[in-house]
Design a protein around this ligand. Sequence first.
Ligand code: PLP
Length: 391
Amino acid sequence: MPTLRGRQFFQNPGPTNIPDRVLRAMDRASIDFMGAEFRSLARECAAGLKRIFRTRQSLMVYASTGHGAWESALVNLFSPGDKVLVLETGYFSINWARAAESLGLKPETLAGDWRAGVDPAAVEARLKEDRAHEIKGVLLVHNETSTGVANRCAEIRQAIDRAKHPALYLVDVISSLACIDFRHDEWQVDVAVAGSQKGLMLPVGMSFTAISKKALKACETARLPRVYWDWRRYLTDGEQTSWPGTAPVHLFFGLKEALAMLEEEGLDQVFARHHRLAGAVRASVRAWRRNDGPEIMATDPRVESDSTTSVLLPDGHDAERVRQIALERFNVSLGGGLDRLKGHVFRIGHMGDLNEPMILGALGVVELSLGVAGVPHGKGGVEAAIEHLAQ
Ligand code: PLP
């Protein structure tokens, strides 16, 4: 492998680039996680996070990955044998369903088109059929990071309401929070599950659940076993006052800085920046599509994700090879295809701490790598991105 110089352009859909400000904020000595200084830091972070989730209800912070927050949502809300409706969107929805099954729940998968995202009318129809209200929860991955499809979370809420169904609404916002509009309270989400390493620009290791009052009530009667994840142990009057074990103090130092950065920019501006940069990526892929080249996996413009673009290669071409060339020859790291998409797609992450030169640099290398790999494509992807950004 050649020796690579310069900065690696890191375009994975998580973890994402950690801003220097966040790294510097964590570069300090530890403090007592039971002391007043830490308690004040944790309170400040919880308040900031609630503004990002757009909630005034409860919030739990864990030392864990997103998988832990998935589990926390399930064990706190349900009892053995409960049925949950999993809206199939791709790899992450399937894995959340698998976790539910392993915990003793009965997940029912509502089959979906991985490229078009969840159809709210299909959710409404299925829930209307469930007259006995056997379905206790509806599970949605807001932004399916494996396909680059951003599901219509608010419209799915309306579908649940039209069906007059009391199921809890659980939403994975792991790759949408602080990238794409999400409104926990307004959309009446019961539990939103997030992680630190995407739009929040932190290292891996912290996860979050935003919890509605309805979910807190369900937590009281849920019968799945839980220890580490048990909200009741850590929430006092709906506010988190303790942690399962040692609190991840340094991640809190980083979180405080990341929240300050997001608030300085303004959440709506953060979404607008993601939309602008995602538009540049899409403009490139559309240019490459000419000459029977690669295409955007999302087929419905309403669900094109502003945090991740999955690029589907023409048959007979290996996406892993393109990814390997980009990484090993040109020092640009892209995401790979997951599960059944392996080899068929590569993913360009465009979330978190990112600007125009970073995205243009990465797109230039993707175009270069397509050429080196011998994948047919239209030329001028980077020019199309420049045009988009110039508008
Ligand atoms: N859900 C989504 C949408 C994700 O993108 C990921 C990770 O990329 C996960 C869940 C799993 O999160 P973690 O890897 O932090 O456990």
